[in-house]
Write a protein that binds this ligand. Structure first.
Ligand SMILES: [Mn+2]
Length: 403
């Protein structure tokens, strides 16, 4: 693995230098994982998903649930937050996936262990709750960069395109008992195929190992079901958010950003969809949409999308927003996409309308300034570089729109 890229850029998708399916490694992993499940036979596990689970996470959890079942392990899939993207809702409903939104009636101490899939505990509010309840992490399988806040008995963190691809490796080894024509196999394979497709932009960003996973899944996928999951329209709320982002956007050096004010937690997924939409505008290479999501825990949330190959999203967001007092970054991302979340904290839930407006203004200005500072810094760096490389320009004001 080429650990030392000269500029230190490492995102999940960029570091896959040699075929990941090194057979011996895979055999070891599968053997260790199998022995682990065997050793925990009969237990109850909680699969903790990120607060806003996506198809990669949801389908990976389903895979774990079915593998664990073979060892009489009952795994509940739990998240705290919301499933708001229509496609994700369709996935859960059409494939009848049992996924539980955290509530006070769930006794976390009933679980023997926790399992983190497609996350490492940094993007779910369940991490702290589980810690408090004394439920220790058993498994982490994830394709994001190593975050190192949790120690589990079994850890598989690799720079793959999707968590699904990693789970399929375990399934294929026989842990899954996948058989054509079996309804539970069909359901699982369809969910995984959707997860894989959505995580790789419809396989456009898929790599060799993802195609191998897809080829395996294709034996079991129910095409009709998959089509139904994909055939969902945008809700009115999402359209309104897109409209709002469109009318409030400002464009600076190819960066388009829009602060959209307050948004209900159930419509939260409209933010990335609005960012996707803003990215389609001519001469825009990067879009950022953010707003204050209201709900039990109010926070400012934003999404970034970029088509600029040289923009390291993870680095960009970490640098722009920094981290909290405990050292946790407010933002992060992967190839082409990222997000950020800043807790509103003490300023939460003001009933007074004027105070609400003031609060939004404060957050809006602060985020906008941080983004502009970051863009300004990138621009200055680039201008300096091009000055080094080429004869000096006749005047200092280089046109901004040269990309
Ligand atoms: Mn993922």
């Amino acid at each position: 693995m080429s650990d030392s890229e000269p500029n230190g850029r490492r995102t999940a998708l960029e570091v896959v230098p040699k075929p990941v399916l090194v057979e011996a490694d895979a055999r070891d992993r599968v053997a260790t994982f199998t022995a682990l499940l065997e050793a925990h036979r009969g237990e109850r596990h909680i699969v903790a998903l990120q607060d806003y689970p996506d198809p990669d996470a949801i389908s990976a959890a389903l895979a774990y649930q079915m593998m664990a079942e073979r060892f009489d392990i009952k795994a509940d899939i739990v998240y705290e937050g919301a499933i708001s993207h229509q496609e994700n809702l369709a996935l859960v409903r059409l494939l009848d996936i049992e996924i539980i939104r955290y509530n006070d009636e769930i006794r976390l101490s009933d679980y023997n262990h926790s399992v983190f899939l497609d996350n490492q505990g940094t993007t779910t509010a369940l991490t702290e709750r589980l810690e408090t309840a004394g439920v220790t992490p058993l498994v982490i399988i994830d394709h994001h960069e190593l975050q190192g806040i949790l120690q589990a008995q079994f850890t598989d963190i690799r720079p793959m395109s999707a968590t699904v691809t990693m789970l399929v490796e375990y399934l294929r080894s026989g842990l899954g008992r996948c058989e054509p024509g079996r309804p539970d196999t069909e359901r699982l394979a369809t969910a995984l195929m959707h997860g894989l497709r959505s995580e790789t932009d419809g396989l456009i960003r898929a790599r060799e190992e993802d195609f191998i996973a897809a080829a395996y899944l294709s034996r079991f996928v129910n095409d009709e079901m998959l089509r139904s999951v994909l055939r969902v329209n945008r809700s009115r709320a999402v359209m309104e958010v897109i409209l709002s982002a469109l009318s409030r956007r400002t464009i600076n050096n190819g960066y388009s950003f829009a602060g959209i004010g307050y948004i209900r937690i159930d419509d939260r997924d409209a933010i990335p969809q609005a960012a996707d939409f803003l990215l389609t505008e001519e001469n825009v290479h990067t879009s950022i949409v953010f707003g204050i999501v209201t709900g039990p825990r109010e926070s400012l949330m934003g999404s970034l999308r970029t088509s600029k190959l040289t923009l390291d999203v993870d680095h960009f967001l970490k640098d722009a927003f920094g981290c909290d007092a405990r050292g946790r970054f407010y933002g992060g991302g992967r190839h082409g996409a990222g997000g950020f979340e800043i807790p509103v904290g003490f300023l939460q839930a003001a009933d007074d309308e004027q105070q609400r407006q003031l609060k939004w203004q404060v957050f809006h200005r602060q985020v906008e300034r941080m983004l502009l500072d970051k863009i300004g810094a990138i621009h200055a760096e680039r201008t300096a570089k091009s000055r080094d490389a080429s004869p000096p320009a006749t005047n200092g004001t280089t046109p901004a729109s040269q990309e």
